[in-house]
Design a protein. Structure first.
Length: 277
């Protein structure tokens, strides 16, 4: 019987299975590296689909900058890992080592916005690292970072961005602001922080929707109150002819309906809505 030199005992079936699993994982990781360097991203994507957990941070240390950026394009799980705390530091170091600017690195479409990914994960150290590597956080993609922080309850990153001077009223191509996203997703603390920072509660999207429309649509009654208290136009009609009350009624958010009526919301016919007990 073969004895395990490190333990002085015969390997168990469990030990053998663990060794086999480790070798299998190492083999797949090696394949990921090989195919990335060949530019065969579709094969890497297939591996990611079959074994979504095969990725480990160790892969990053084996790749050069361009390989790492390519890896981030393959799948969401890889992209998230690349822009995690360790990943951002690794990317920053690779960028510095290759004398490649973050603007140049951003040509990789799905990696595009490192601040976007750091904001998505509420990762302040990552943003600080990127700034140290020369990223102009105000000039580049600030609206995407802010809306991501607002959408994913990134309280720490949102505060950092506000303190850094990012415009809280920046709108994307269809007019959505960070306040729209926070109101829609029900992140009350984010809503309050944005209002305190000067967010316009009545900015409309391309479809005429205000943050109050979003909150009423999703039934976030606490946010409805916060927005109205901050001066939201309770009877604003969007381009589809809907008010906040109309959205709350349509989606059966009874508490929101009562609150809106209490604050004087008019029915779609233009008459004050009747408050019922």
């Amino acid at each position: 019987m073969k004895i395990n030199d490190s333990t002085g005992r015969a390997p168990s079936l469990f030990d053998a299975a663990m060794v086999a699993e480790k070798r299998k994982r190492e083999s797949y990781e090696s394949d990921v590296v090989t195919f990335l360097r060949r530019g065969e991203l579709s094969i890497v994507a297939a591996i990611a689909t079959k074994l979504p957990d095969v990725f480990t941070g160790e892969i990053l240390s084996k790749l050069d900058l361009l390989d790492t950026l390519n890896l981030a394009q393959v799948s969401k799980s890889y992209r998230d890992a690349v822009w995690s705390a360790g990943g951002v530091g690794c990317i920053g170091g690779k960028i510095e080592a290759h004398s490649l600017s973050l603007a140049q690195a951003s040509k990789y479409r799905n990696v595009v916005d490192p601040v976007y990914w750091a904001a998505r994960h509420d990762n302040v150290p990552a943003i600080k690292a990127l700034v140290e590597f020369g990223l102009d956080i105000i000039k580049l993609s600030s609206k995407r970072a802010l809306t991501q922080a607002a959408s994913h309850d990134g309280v720490a990153v949102l505060k950092w961005l506000i303190d850094a001077g990012v415009d809280v009223n920046k709108q994307n191509l269809i007019g959505i602001t960070a306040l729209h996203m926070a109101a829609q997703e029900g992140h009350t603390h984010i809503v309050m922080d944005l209002i305190k920072a000067g967010a316009d509660v009545n900015l409309t999207t391309a479809h005429g929707r205000t943050p109050l429309h979003q909150a009423a649509w999703k039934g976030h009654d606490g946010i409805v109150v916060a927005l109205i208290t901050a001066g939201a136009d309770i009877n604003k009609v969007n381009k589809s002819g809907k008010t906040a009350l109309g959205y709350a009624e349509r989606h059966n958010h009874e508490k929101c309906v009562k609150l809106l009526k209490h604050f004087g919301a008019r029915s779609q016919k233009g008459h004050p809505a009747v408050v019922t007990q």
